[in-house]
Design a protein around this ligand. Structure first.
Ligand SMILES: C[S@@+](CC[C@H](N)C(=O)[O-])C[C@H]1O[C@@H](n2cnc3c(N)ncnc32)[C@H](O)[C@@H]1O
Length: 366
């Protein structure tokens, strides 16, 4: 059988170019490939411009305020807040109301409860919520974002404060800001616990880190899905071992201090435990939070055992640190100023236990 000529006449009688079937097949495939590539490039561009737009929107949320920090991408951490100006110990750097709060006692599927709350938000606020960090803790992103960013807010349950939520975590000496919830104003407030230089990351603490490294790392992995490599966790093995030993001692001392409340130890013993707790936390571990509370607890012991000077000396310290950590508009600071103003006998615990001689830290010790 002769091969059919590939030449054929066209409608107008001219001789058509020979049709090479293989070449035509190849060019069809090429066209499809070019098409696929173009679609892929368009998708990449679309996604890139989408995430770029998200990034710009996130940066603008921060830029719209006179904050002493900016939002930046931080390798291995998602985003975080970096100081752009000098921040002084005690400066209030964030005052923010939550986007919404959830009463944690409500029993319903979390996605249903969350959708109820999210549907009440403006379009912008909902987008802002959906841009927050997502540690992949739940299949539904609305729930996972809540689990990653929500914070306990007193009588309001738990809520999400979108600027505050950008703070990453540091343990022990590594964090430099602390937060507190103001029941009366409905705001979360954040104070610097150290002087912070421009370029330094602002770090808060997500949990009680006054516990050995293994315990806190286990908790952070389980709850927030990250391995903590903060400056405290990254110390040498020898330094971490020494720190763990101090923190175990700290735990025992805390139990001993608390046993005063049950009448199991006297005021002198409790004060001795409290002083050692202070040393471990603030002199040895360079921890910078809850100093006001510890000093107020020591004032409580001194007042209960009828020691006017010691009560006032510890209270003076508590006053200073409640101002730095919580602000002079906080309830705790107001309680302390009353005692300093009206005298040790104005302490609500004055004289509730037997008389004992207890030394204070001295006036002006803090
Ligand atoms: C409340 S968000 C903090 C802001 C978040 N990085 C963002 O991009 O919006 C908590 C999440 O941030 C990340 N993160 C916080 N502190 C970290 C740290 N020290 N190291 C690594 N990741 C951290 C973890 O993914 C964690 O689940």
């Amino acid at each position: 059988m002769s091969k059919k000529s590939s030449k054929a006449k066209t409608a107008n009688g001219s001789v058509a170019k020979p049709v090479n079937k293989q070449a035509s097949f190849r060019s069809t495939i090429n066209n499809i490939l070019v098409g696929i590539l173009a679609i892929a490039a368009a998708l990449v561009l679309y996604r890139w411009s989408g995430s770029r737009a998200d990034e710009l929107a996130a940066a603008n949320e921060i830029a719209g305020h006179d904050y002493p920090f900016e939002l930046r991408d931080l390798p291995g951490k998602g985003k975080g807040l970096i100081a752009t100006r000098h921040i002084k110990e005690g400066d209030r750097i964030i005052t923010e109301a939550p986007l919404f709060t959830l009463n944690t006692k409500v029993k319903a599927a979390p996605e249903v409860i969350l959708e109820e709350q999210l549907s009440e938000l403006s379009v912008e606020d909902r987008k802002r919520y959906m841009r927050l960090g997502n540690a992949g803790l739940h299949a539904d992103p609305r729930v996972s974002i809540f689990q990653t960013n929500a914070v306990a807010l007193g009588s309001r349950g738990a809520g999400v404060c979108p600027t505050f939520a950008r703070l990453n975590h540091g343990c022990l000496s590594a964090f430099n800001v602390v937060y507190s919830w103001q029941e009366d104003t409905g705001n979360i407030v954040v104070h610097a616990t150290k002087d912070i230089k421009p370029g330094e990351e602002l770090l808060t603490t997500y949990t009680d880190t006054l516990r050995p490294r293994g315990d806190r790392q286990w908790y952070l992995q389980k709850t927030y899905n990250f391995t903590c490599t903060c400056s405290a966790c990254s110390r040498s093995e020898a330094e971490n071992d020494a720190s763990d030993a101090r923190l175990r001692e700290h735990q025992q001392l805390m139990e001993r201090f608390a046993s005063w409340g049950r009448g199991e130890i006297n005021g002198v013993e409790a004060t001795k435990a409290g002083r050692r707790i202070y040393d471990i936390r603030y002199n040895e571990e360079k921890y910078t939070s809850m100093r006001g509370q510890l000093l107020a607890d020591l004032a409580h012991v001194a007042a209960a055992h009828h020691n006017a000077d010691a009560t006032l000396q510890w209270t003076e310290g508590a006053l200073k640190y409640f101002k730095l950590e919580l602000g002079s508009d906080s309830q705790r600071w107001k309680e302390m100023i009353k005692i300093v103003t009206f005298g040790a006998t104005a302490h609500p615990q004055w004289g509730k236990r037997v008389k004992e001689h207890i030394d204070g830290p001295g006036y002006g010790a803090f």
